[in-house]
Design a protein around this ligand. Sequence first.
Ligand code: C5P
Length: 479
Amino acid sequence: MASLTIRKLDEHVKTYLRLRSAKNRRSVEEEVRVILRELIEGREEPLTPFAAPPAPSSAPTLQRTGAAPEASVTLIIGGGIAAYKSLDLIRRLKERRVEVRCVLTKAAQQFVTPLAVSALSHERVYTDLFDPQSEFDAGHIRLARDCDLIVVAPATADLMAKIANGHADDLASAILLATNRKVLLAPAMNPLMWNNAATRRNVTQLQRDGLVLIGPNSGEMAEAGEAGVGRMSEAIEIANAAERLLRPPVPKPLAGKRVLITAGPTHEPIDPVRYIANRSSGKQGFAIAAAAQAAGAEVILVSGPVDLDDPQGVTVKHVESARQMLEQVQAALPADIAIFAAAVADWRVANEGEQKLKKTSAGMPPLQLVENPDILATISKLTDKRPPLVIGFAAETEHLIDNAKSKLARKGCDWIVANDVSPATGVMGGDRNTVHLISRKNGEIAVDSWPVMTKEQVAIELVAHIAKSATDKSREPAS
Ligand code: C5P
């Protein structure tokens, strides 16, 4: 029977074995025996040799291995010495919840084996254009299109020349010609090849065609004594570049802005157990807080009693009464934008009972009401810390636009979001809202009526209007 010399195995296979055996506290020989036994017994233990190392702080934090993939990449491995780095690249992409299907050119198989690539990607590896197993359903077309991104690493001078000139005489080049996905190239070649006029022409053409390049870096070459530009980028750099293409950064138009929001009803105590309230659910104000936070703002939400979870990343101050709400709003100033979506009780009980009021033969105890502070009007009329943009809400059951217009003048705010809260609309406590944005434009009052939307969509739209107005203001010439 033949014996196996571990020393003679490929370097990456040895690394794999060393790490896996260390993890399982076995000798390398024992680990090989276990792997063979598992293979023969058909046990499906995936070849996960080692846990993902902690991500460097610059890397995106999506490192839950085993979680469902969120994107997929076709990775074409070209034939260059840098192909060994592509094994690490597979791992780096999988750490970022990217599913990886690999294609090896003929030359690539001189540097890495399909077995190693398949073990790391947990997928079959594709090598031939005329592979009956995959071509029965036009395999190269699927590899070209059933993915979100194609990464070529290493992209050799030859492979780049082929792509630039539209060749399709092997699986890798056929995929690259047939794709309508973004393509990321990680070039790797000798500095003389990189600087050759033909490669320069090809690089210019590829960039003109919309392909994205990462690297090459400069440094030592595999060829002894040679150095210069041509080293393939490190796996982590390529994975980060792929992630930027797969998940482009979300715009943060309110970054650096402090947004103060009120939401929900207020509870005005009658005695220690009873209170006056209204039907506000707080959903619209909470949705605005979440949308402003997603747009990059620092958000302080002052909320009356609601049955909602605090939005993530938002500072929430929970209050009960209108007076407590005003106190928290004042404490949260200064702010760049203030949005008053709370349904604040206009009245509170002046003679609040210290003990629970008793039923007496004298009939119902008289409740004396006094007016609550108007938070919106108070903040709108500040001279010192008035936020540059103050937005109020007008929940009306009749004469919606007229009432909202007069509210804009009376309260002194900049915009009013008016909505019809008649019981038939289902707005109070419901998930949808039909709103009209009332603002002042060149001395006139403008009414912008939006179609019926979910409260989340209303919030996103309102935040977009706020962001636009902030940009327009910043473009106004200083007076
Ligand atoms: O006068 P009305 O209650 O209809 O005004 C509604 C607007 O005024 C909303 O923006 C609401 O949050 C705000 N408001 C307030 N304090 C009050 C009453 C209303 O901030 N006491």
